[in-house]
Design a protein around this ligand. Structure first.
Ligand SMILES: Cc1ncc(C[n+]2csc(CCOP(=O)(O)OP(=O)(O)O)c2C)c(N)n1
Ligand SMILES: [Mg+2]
Length: 363
């Protein structure tokens, strides 16, 4: 038996700067697939989590291949980091907003952006919902309350806090979730955001996915803090650390933090610790023994929560959805260059009208 969730690391607290932040990461899934009693309520969502994680895994794996084949220009792989993206996103209520960073593009898919729309966007086809206005792999998904994934590290954290604060001022029952890598904590934007969130008790949850590196910069060169969660303390913001390869733990902790935020108790900074994986060699759905899909499936099997049609059906359906989306994007016409002039100005300035009318934009 693991000990019950310790008070200081409970998502209910700490709520004051002088309380200790969580030092140990909260974990629901044990190595043998047993689920910690404090997290059993998340089992209700375990199959949904698994399904979304498989879709995001297989989509990312396909995008890596397409990028290597130079069919798409860019992809931020999130292999073995899906539990954070999917777990945190599923914690949001339908009216809440999610603000992802580049590697958290899967948030839009989880909230309902069709895979086909995402793939058209990645290819930059005539059916790209962004009409080429955002870099590939930074899909817009306004219809499902997801902001375009931010390519500028940290820039979306103050946006998430601002949106939450605005909702509070307007008395709208809306909370926000920001998803970002630990590299974002080295930006001024992050500190401005956490400070404002604390001062104005903005109803938001800030999820820092700590995968140990920001491109080539290891965490040891990023901070001397004991943890990334510790950064909340100076701002009077609650914090928690969670095992980011454990979808049940992520969902539970983000959900509890969101409930706290919605109840007017203020924001929470959550550090979710992950280990990125690779699709090269072996089973794409089981990149290691600690793979978040492997760990969740172990629990599902132990609890006899068998999906309809079996686990293979989940992967088969996701592959079919991705295959169809890629085939459609490969066959679609490219985006007309003239769309670059659309959706930017209410009235297109004269010099751009001139440019638009001159070759090669007249398509
Ligand atoms: C403001 C800004 N600075 C630098 C970059 C270049 N850049 C792209 S990804 C990245 C590292 C991000 O690391 P982290 O936030 O830990 O996310 P991870 O890639 O590990 O998921 C950097 C520095 C950027 N996109 N934006
Ligand atoms: Mg990182």
């Amino acid at each position: 038996m693991q000990p019950a969730v310790p008070e200081a690391s409970s998502p209910e607290g700490p709520s004051h700067a002088d309380e200790a932040f969580a030092r140990d990461a909260l974990t629901a899934l044990r190595d043998d697939g047993a689920v910690d009693p404090a997290f059993r309520s998340a089992l209700e969502d375990a199959l949904t989590l698994y399904r979304h994680m498989v879709r995001v895994r297989l989509l990312s794996a396909r995008m890596i291949e397409l990028q290597r084949a130079e069919r798409v220009a860019y992809h931020s792989a999130c292999i073995a980091e899906e539990a954070v993206v999917v777990g945190a996103t599923l914690a949001a209520r339908s009216g809440d907003w999610v603000f992802p960073g580049a590697r958290e593009w899967g948030a839009a898919i989880v909230r309902g952006l069709p895979v086909a729309a995402y793939v058209h966007h990645a290819f930059g086809t005539s059916q790209d919902p962004a009409k080429g206005h955002s870099a590939p792999d930074h899909p817009p998904a306004r219809a499902v309350n997801v902001a375009p994934a931010s390519g500028v590290v940290g820039a979306h954290v103050p946006q998430a806090v601002g949106a939450a604060w605005a909702a509070k001022i307007k008395k709208h029952d809306v909370a926000t979730i920001a998803l970002f890598g630990e590299g974002a904590t080295s930006t001024g934007d992050f500190h401005n955001a956490v400070n404002f969130a604390g001062v104005f008790k903005a109803p938001c949850v800030l999820v820092c996915r700590n995968n140990g590196r920001a491109v080539s910069t290891p965490t040891s060169r990023q901070t001397r803090s004991e943890s990334f969660a510790a950064k909340a303390v100076a701002y009077g913001v609650a914090s928690a650390r969670v095992d980011g390869s454990d979808a049940l733990a992520v969902l539970t902790v983000v959900r509890a933090a969101l409930a706290r935020a919605v109840a007017g108790k203020g924001p929470t900074l959550i550090e979710a610790i992950t280990t990125p994986g690779s699709i090269d060699g072996g089973d794409v759905l089981a990149t290691s023994d600690r793979d978040p899909l492997v760990r969740l499936r172990r629990a599902l099997e132990r609890e006899r929560l068998t999906p309809e049609g079996g686990y293979e059906a989940i992967a088969r359906e996701a592959r079919a959805e991705i295959d169809a989306a890629v085939a459609a994007a490969e066959a679609a016409a490219p985006l007309a260059p003239s769309t670059i002039f659309e959706d930017v100005y209410a009235e297109v300035p004269a010099h751009l009208v001139l440019q638009k009318e001159s070759s090669p934009w007249r398509r």
